[in-house]
Design a protein around this ligand. Structure first.
Ligand code: PEP
Ligand code: MN
Length: 331
């Protein structure tokens, strides 16, 4: 970290900054680059706050050399590959997670499970605790929904994933799903992240729609820091000034994660699109950009879906899309 200080006559800040650095046990080196004095803090400053130095009036800027996270950082020797019951999630093919926005009934979830399994998906999704914008909208089947999802996964040889919205429900999730999803709205629910970090379940961490890539990686760092290394990042679109799609899928975020971190990254084209007819293009764009997989909402009867019908693919459309994904990944 480099603290850039403006050279003013009799700058009183510099001795005070040096004093503070010594008190913090940080070694430093000072160089002059007129009209600035550069105070280089030496060593690993990952956990150090860069903003505190701006409290000194003559500090022009503070430049970080070390990223503010360390456990999610890409290293040459390390690539996360998540193994569940001896099955690798990202090999030999890209991960396909599919299922309805919400678990609605035993028939619905089993019909979808049978279909997506045959089409090549490895994980069945289904919301049971739904974070809805309106308190009057369908909130999910809760515990019953999780159990139906669990049973459908077992019946059809699929792993399962569902979103947790409250730390209190953790025991239910530990017993009923293989992967726990943290939704966009909870990406910075740090007490939830810490609790999930103490488990050994893979966690799918969605990017918040108002969060930067750095904040997203910092949230993943919270989970890894508690010991759970099995984190999958999921780009699901961010809020921009554009309203054509529900959110704007940040394709560059896939490339950013690949550059910065060893964690796998998938996308959720459905929630970014908001409309079924954009899902195919966004899915293929994600795969082309190097995503490790996708999560897609499907429904046998989208017109009657209890949530997110407009963005759900009909089963046959999903099957055709997966064929295209497989072709693209083999190019
Ligand atoms: C979901 O996957 O059903 C969901 C609510 O997604 P998000 O958190 O991305 O809005
Ligand atoms: Mn949904």
């Amino acid at each position: 970290m480099i603290i850039v200080v403006k050279n003013t006559t009799n700058n009183e800040d510099i001795p005070l900054i040096k004093e503070e650095l010594s008190a913090l046990n940080l070694s430093y080196k000072v160089t002059i680059d007129d009209p600035y004095t550069l105070i280089h803090i030496l060593g690993d400053t990952t956990s150090k706050d860069a903003t505190r130095w701006y409290a000194y009036e003559s500090v022009q800027k503070v430049i970080r050399i070390h990223e503010p996270y360390i456990k999610v950082l890409k290293t040459p020797e390390h690539k996360t590959n998540i193994i569940l019951d001896g099955v690798s999630l990202f090999e030999p093919e890209k991960l396909i997670i599919a299922g309805p926005c919400s678990v609605e009934s035993k028939t619905q979830i089993n019909q979808i499970a049978a279909f997506i399994k045959a089409a090549g998906a490895k994980v069945l999704r289904g919301g049971a605790y739904k974070p809805r914008t309106s308190p009057y909208a369908f909130q999910g089947l809760k515990e019953e929904g999780l159990k139906l999802l669990h049973e459908a996964g077992k019946n059809h040889g699929l792993f399962t994933i569902s979103e947790i919205i409250d730390k209190e429900d953790l025991p239910l999730f530990l017993n009923n799903v293989d992967i726990i999803q943290v939704g966009a709205r909870n990406m910075q629910n740090f007490s939830l992240l810490k609790a999930l970090g103490k488990t050994n379940k893979p966690i799918l961490l969605k990017r918040g729609f108002g969060n930067t890539i750095e904040e997203w990686l910092m949230s993943a760092e919270y989970i890894l820091n508690e010991g759970n290394k099995n984190v999958i990042l999921c780009e699901r679109g961010i809020r921009t000034f554009e309203s054509f799609s529900r959110s704007t899928l940040d394709i560059a975020a896939i490339l950013a994660v690949k550059k910065l971190s060893h964690l796998p990254v998938i996308t959720d084209p459905s929630h970014a699109a908001g409309s079924y007819d954009l899902v195919e293009g966004l899915t293929l764009a994600s795969i082309a950009a190097g995503a490790d997989g996708v999560m897609i909402e499907v429904h046998p009867d989208p017109l009657r879906a209890l949530s997110d019908g407009a963005q759900s693919l009909k089963l046959e459309k999903f099957k055709a899309l997966i064929l295209k994904v497989r072709q693209l990944e083999n190019l």
